[in-house]
Design a protein around this ligand. Structure first.
Ligand code: NZQ
Ligand code: ZN
Length: 391
């Protein structure tokens, strides 16, 4: 196990009706003027917006609002949010929504006190030294942004989808009420499940030896997500399954499953180019790319894939045919994604072969010519993984 520093300062307020506490929490974190940031309208339809506004009014907390964040959030709304926050002397950003809203909120929070272009952070030309505090009310378990340091934004003009991270952007609090997720279209529930599973894989597939505690925590979290996911296919309003998925999404990405080991993150890089080019749902892109990545890197650590197959996917042990067992594990992962209604090939994701050169150009711009920790990859390797994902 490597040395590590684990920092996860977010206060999580979890359970039924917990959004009622938002006013008290904002008061406790000294919010005087709040930017209420949200997405395309699901919170208005569900009534959550009205409840949040009432909670703010009850505590006499002043606010301005900026809705309209779309999935795969874009830079133009961030600029608008920064301008509005400066004009209105906002001192706290409250994100009500999913990863896209939270990521947009973090970008605004980082940009308000920065003299230059906020995109400098995503270009890695600048680091965040000061940021407005952010709080969240989560409405979709998926990206894990409610507990992470990261934010991912797309620069629309040249379709660059990029992430950056700072501990200053970790939310002060995140309210997670599993009942708020009942209104999700199943597609987004499923994509969220794939995303959180992928956040675990990005850390689980590591060359660091002797991190058995984290391996086992990861495997248990994976098993719990898959069980709850199967339950939700038949009973989408099962509270306990929703609650499991909600908390698992946070655990998968707040850093605890990555401690003491080198993480990978190549597959997220492969996917981000798909959501940049096709505006594809992030989780759907990962459902396509992860099985292909795993098949391509199988021989890097066959023991690890064998363990994953037997422990998480219930493939019977067979020490004489470890590779076959490992491949069966990947096939079962694919079958689970199919059962969730996710695409598992680029064709099913409506990707066009003639766009491969564009995808590769964007990949190089974002990741360089070589990348990866679990397996060192070149652009040629990446092309082969996309081809493996084709059908
Ligand atoms: O915009 P509204 O109307 O709210 O609708 C949203 C959106 O269309 C809808 N939705 C959310 N909660 C709902 C609901 N509909 C009905 N009822 C509810 N309770 O769901 C759609 C998807 O929302 P989005 O926020 O885009 O989903 P997600 O949480 O999956 O976020 C995806 C974004 O996060 C980034 C992804 O790349 C993508 O841009 N990521 C962020 C990370 C981070 N900050 O740490 C890490 C991840 O790996 C990921 O890259
Ligand atoms: Zn992700």
């Amino acid at each position: 196990m490597e040395n590590f520093n684990f920092y996860s300062p977010t206060e999580f307020v979890f359970g039924k009706e917990t959004e009622r506490e938002v006013g008290h929490l904002l008061k406790r974190f000294n919010a005087n003027k709040v930017l209420l940031h949200y997405g395309g309208g699901s919170i208005i339809k569900s009534g959550l917006y009205d409840r949040v506004v009432k909670a703010l009014n009850d505590e006499n907390i002043d606010y301005v609002e900026l809705g309209g964040v779309r999935p795969n959030p874009i830079d133009s709304l961030v600029y608008e949010g920064i301008k509005l926050s400066r004009e209105e002397a906002v001192d706290f950003v409250l994100a009500v929504g999913g990863g896209s809203v939270i990521d947009s909120a973090k970008a605004i929070a980082a940009g308000v006190h920065y003299d230059g272009d906020f995109w400098d952070f995503y270009d890695h030309k600048a680091v965040v030294n000061k940021a407005l505090p952010v709080g969240t009310i989560l409405t979709i378990p998926a990206a894990g942004s409610e507990g992470s340091s990261a934010t991912v934004i797309t620069k629309e003009s040249d379709r660059l989808k990029r992430g950056m991270g700072s501990n200053l952007l970790r939310p002060k609090f995140s309210i997670i009420n599993p009942e708020l997720t009942y209104t999700l279209p199943f597609w987004h529930t499923a994509a969220g499940i794939v995303d959180m599973i992928s956040h675990i894989f990005e850390r689980y597939l590591s060359q660091t030896q002797d991190v058995i505690l984290t391996d086992r925590l990861s495997e248990s979290t994976l098993i719990s997500i898959i069980e709850a996911g199967r339950k939700l296919i038949d009973e989408p309003n099962d509270y306990e399954a929703r609650a499991t998925i909600c908390w698992a999404g946070t655990i998968a990405h707040n850093g605890i499953l990555g401690v003491g080991r080198e993480e990978d993150w190549v597959t997220h890089g492969l996917e981000h180019q798909l959501s940049a080019v096709y505006d594809m749902t992030h989780g759907a892109g990962l459902a396509i790319m992860f099985p292909a990545y795993m098949l391509y890197t199988l021989d890097e650590d066959l023991e690890r894939f064998y363990r994953l197959a037997t422990t998480v996917f219930g493939v019977p042990s067979n020490h004489y045919h470890k590779k076959a067992v490992a491949i069966e594990g990947i096939q079962r992962l694919k079958a689970f994604y199919r059962a969730l209604g996710m695409p598992v090939t680029l064709q099913e994701g409506n990707v066009k072969k003639e766009d491969f050169p564009t995808i590769m150009t964007l990949l190089e711009k974002n990741m360089g010519k070589t990348f990866g920790n679990f397996k060192k990859l070149t652009l040629e390797d990446a092309q082969k993984i996309y081809e493996l994902a084709w059908e």
